[in-house]
Design a protein around this ligand. Structure first.
Ligand SMILES: [Zn+2]
Length: 418
C-alpha cells in the first residue's frame, strides 16, 4: 500500500512508513497503546511500555502520533516540557481524550432494558434503566431503548454526532453473520427482524448486536472478574440461563451464534417442555422462575428473587437447598464443558449470583465430581463482580474494543495515515 496524499491530521508519514507493512505494524502498535490506556484509565509513558511490551522510544513516538491526532491528552500537562524529558518533573500521566468520542451500550434482558453512555476511556457518563416486556414486544422495547438513549445523551450533555457506535445485547441466540435472532421461540417478538437495523433507525447511530451472556462475558473480561484470564466461561443465571465462552482471550460465538447456550442442554429427558421447544433443558430446572416456584410452596405466592436471596442469607434450610441444587445442576453441565474447553475460570453472574456461597458451592461440588480431575483442578469458580451491569458494560466494550469502528470514527486520522 502506498501513501501518495499529503500527511493528514498530524501524522508524519516518513518514507519508511509509506511501506504498507511498516505502517500496518505502527498502526497495530498505536492500537496497543490505546488498548492499554483504555484498560488503565491513565498511565505514564514508561507504564505504557511495560503494559504493551514496546520499547519506551517506540511508545514515545506512538504517543506523539496519538496526541497530534487529538486522541490522547495529558490532563493538566505541558506537552513540550514533558515530551523533551526534562528532569525533576513527575512523569506525565496520559489518558484517552474523552472528547474524542463516546459509546453507548444497550442491554435488553427478558424484562428490562438498560442503557449506558461512556467515553472512549470507558468512563461511564450516564446510565438509565426501564422495565419492559422484551421477548414478545420488540417494538415497545426498542422504543423504550431509544427514549433512554436520548435521556442519557441529554443528561451527560453529549452530542449524538460524537457517538462512535452502539453495542446492544439480546437475551437469546443471535447470528451476527445473518443479523437475525437465531430462535423463533426464545424471542418470538423479534423473529424476522434485524435488531441492529431496528434500533439504528430509531437512534440514528450504527448498532452492533450480540447475545447478552456473550456481552456479560466480555464485560467481566474487560472490566471485572475475568481480567487477565484467557479461557473462561461466564454463566448468566437469571430468568434464563446462558453462557459466554472466552477462548484464547476472545468471545467464542460459533458458526451461527449458538455457542454457550448452556440453558438448553438437556438434563432431564422426561422433564417439562422448555421455551426453546426442547424437553428437560437445564433452564427448566435451575433458572430463577423454577427456583421461585419451588420456594413459594413454603413461603407464599408473593416471594420474589430478593426475598429468596434474603431467605438464603438468613440460613433458611429449604431456600439454601433449592439454590444449592440449582448450582449442582448447572455445575453438572459445566463439568462436561470443562472437559471440552478446559477453562481457568467459571464466572457466575446474573440476578441469581447475588445469593453467593450456596450457589457457587453447588457448582464447585458438581465440577469436582464430574469433570476430569485435571480440568476440575484448573478451574476457579467465582462470582462475577459487575452484577447487573456486566452486560451493558460488555455492550460498551463491544464498541470501544472495536478498533475498526474507532478507526472509522474518532480515529479517522489513524486511517488517514495508512
Ligand atoms: Zn430449552
Amino acid at each position: 500500500m502506498t501513501n501518495d496524499g499529503p500527511p493528514r491530521d498530524g501524522f508524519r508519514v516518513s518514507g519508511d512508513a509509506a511501506d504498507g507493512s511498516l505502517e500496518a505494524l505502527r498502526e497495530r502498535n498505536r492500537i496497543r497503546v490505546i488498548d492499554a490506556l483504555r484498560r488503565s484509565g491513565t498511565a505514564t509513558r514508561s507504564e505504557l511500555a511495560g503494559m504493551t511490551g514496546l520499547s519506551r522510544t517506540t511508545v514515545a513516538t506512538l504517543v506523539a502520533d496519538l496526541q497530534a491526532a487529538g486522541l490522547v491528552v495529558e490532563p493538566g500537562g505541558d506537552d513540550a516540557a514533558t515530551r523533551s524529558g526534562s528532569r525533576g518533573r513527575p512523569p506525565a500521566l496520559l489518558r484517552l481524550d474523552p472528547s474524542a468520542g463516546a459509546a453507548l451500550g444497550v442491554d435488553f434482558g427478558h424484562t428490562h432494558v438498560r442503557v449506558a453512555l461512556a467515553d472512549l476511556s470507558s468512563t461511564l457518563l450516564a446510565e438509565a434503566t426501564a422495565r419492559v416486556e422484551v421477548d414478545h414486544e420488540a417494538d415497545r422495547a426498542l422504543d423504550t431503548a431509544a427514549a433512554l438513549v436520548a435521556q442519557v445523551l441529554e443528561s451527560a450533555g453529549v452530542d449524538r454526532a460524537r457517538v462512535v457506535g452502539v453495542g446492544m445485547g439480546l437475551p437469546g441466540p443471535y447470528d451476527r453473520g445473518r443479523r437475525v435472532v437465531n430462535s423463533s421461540t426464545i424471542l418470538p417478538g423479534w423473529v424476522g427482524r434485524d435488531p441492529a437495523d431496528e434500533l439504528g433507525r430509531r437512534i440514528d447511530v450504527q448498532v452492533e448486536v450480540d447475545n447478552d451472556a456473550n456481552l456479560g462475558a466480555l464485560g467481566e473480561l474487560v472490566f471485572g472478574a475475568g481480567r487477565g484470564v484467557a479461557n473462561a466461561v461466564y454463566v448468566k443465571m437469571s430468568t434464563g440461563i446462558g453462557a459466554g465462552l472466552i477462548l484464547c482471550g476472545a468471545v467464542h460465538r460459533g458458526a451461527t451464534g449458538i455457542a454457550g447456550e448452556l440453558g438448553h442442554v438437556q438434563v432431564q429427558p422426561d422433564g417439562i417442555v422448555c421455551n426453546c421447544g426442547g424437553r428437560g433443558c437445564l433452564q427448566t430446572v435451575a433458572a430463577v422462575p423454577t427456583l421461585l416456584a419451588a420456594a413459594r410452596a413454603a413461603h407464599g405466592p408473593d416471594l420474589t428473587l430478593p426475598g429468596l436471596i434474603e431467605l438464603v442469607e438468613a440460613g433458611d434450610f429449604g431456600a439454601r437447598r433449592i439454590v444449592g441444587e440449582a448450582g449442582r445442576a448447572v455445575g453438572r453441565v459445566l463439568a462436561d464443558l470443562c472437559n471440552h474447553v478446559n477453562p481457568e475460570a467459571i464466572i457466575v453472574g446474573g440476578d441469581l449470583s447475588a445469593v453467593g456461597e450456596p450457589l457457587l458451592a453447588g457448582i464447585r461440588e458438581a465440577v469436582d465430581r464430574h469433570a476430569l480431575p485435571g480440568a476440575a483442578e484448573a478451574v476457579e469458580v467465582k462470582a462475577a463482580v459487575l452484577g447487573e451491569r456486566a452486560e451493558v458494560l460488555g455492550a460498551l466494550a463491544l464498541v470501544i474494543a472495536d478498533t475498526e469502528r474507532l478507526r472509522s470514527a474518532g480515529l479517522a486520522s489513524l486511517a488517514g495515515a495508512v
